[in-house]
Design a protein around this ligand. Structure first.
Ligand code: SF4
Length: 256
């Protein structure tokens, strides 16, 4: 265990409410390199509370890279400088003594800032509500392996299902596009037989809600894939586009 403390300067976005202007405020902190990034913010908040100052509002739940709530932009990168981890998995040992660290919320028109580092990401929930599910009859659980699925297909579907809905892809994109998120959700259901009956209705509904909520278009910079903590591949965006074109063609032929 490394006992040498890191002396850091934090520049943290403070914003009292959605309707007030925000600004960066500077804080000094001394922490163990073994501290996680969120524990470092906990320590800062303990100090602020001791001094009768308003603690920094930020979100977290599982703190093990599963729930997707903890996302912050750290030194300009969603979830910070390391690839394929969420903010809660980042540790202070990856910073140097004397560093200045800029911490701000995910920025996107569809993610309004609620307070300090907390944004409203319910837009992603609305996209899921539009179609990110399969309809299934209730009853006893079906036998395992009743529907054979090849290993390759199962693996691809599982990789897409690893999306934790954190929204880092949106924050990383210059257009604030949600295409990587939507493509992961569409892909993991479209790849499996259980998702086929609703596949065309699903992709049309999810893309429609995505557009209505103010997310931008994909312009193939791949910033989303680079910042995604789960390594969701942009191949899924290509699949989303194919699914959408097939759905449009199917509805056009029904109307004709
Ligand atoms: S695709 Fe990646 S970055 Fe986007 S919401 Fe899912 S896990 Fe987060």
């Amino acid at each position: 265990m490394n006992e040498q403390k890191l002396n850091l300067t934090l520049k943290i976005w403070r914003q009292a409410s959605p309707d007030t202007a925000g600004q960066f405020k500077e804080y000094k902190i001394s922490v163990s390199p073994d501290t996680s990034f969120l524990e470092m913010l906990d320590e800062l908040n303990n100090e602020l509370e001791k001094n009768n100052q308003e603690p920094v509002a930020f979100e977290s739940d599982c703190r093990e890279g599963i729930c997707g709530t903890c996302g912050l932009v750290i030194n300009g990168e969603p979830h910070g400088p390391l690839p394929k981890i969420a903010t809660c998995q980042l540790h202070m040992r990856h910073f140097k003594n004397g560093d200045t660290i800029w911490v701000e919320p995910f920025r996107a028109k569809a993610f309004p800032v609620l307070k300090d580092l907390i944004v409203d990401r319910s837009a992603l929930d609305k996209i899921i509500t539009a179609g990110g599910y399969v309809s299934a009859n209730t009853g006893s659980a079906p036998d395992a392996n009743a529907i054979p699925i090849s290993k390759d297909t199962a693996s691809e579907a599982f990789d897409a299902a690893a999306c934790i809905g954190c929204g880092a892809c949106v924050a990383a994109c210059k257009n604030a596009s949600a295409m990587l998120f939507v493509s992961a959700k569409v892909s993991h259901l479209a790849l499996l037989p259980q998702g086929h009956p609703e596949r065309y209705r699903r992709v049309e509904a999810m893309v429609k809600v995505m557009d209505e909520l103010g997310f931008g278009s994909c312009s193939n910079t791949y910033a989303c894939e680079a910042e995604c903590p789960k390594g969701i591949s942009v191949r899924n965006i290509a699949r989303l586009n194919r699914e959408f074109i097939k759905a449009e063609a199917a509805s056009t032929s029904v109307e004709a």
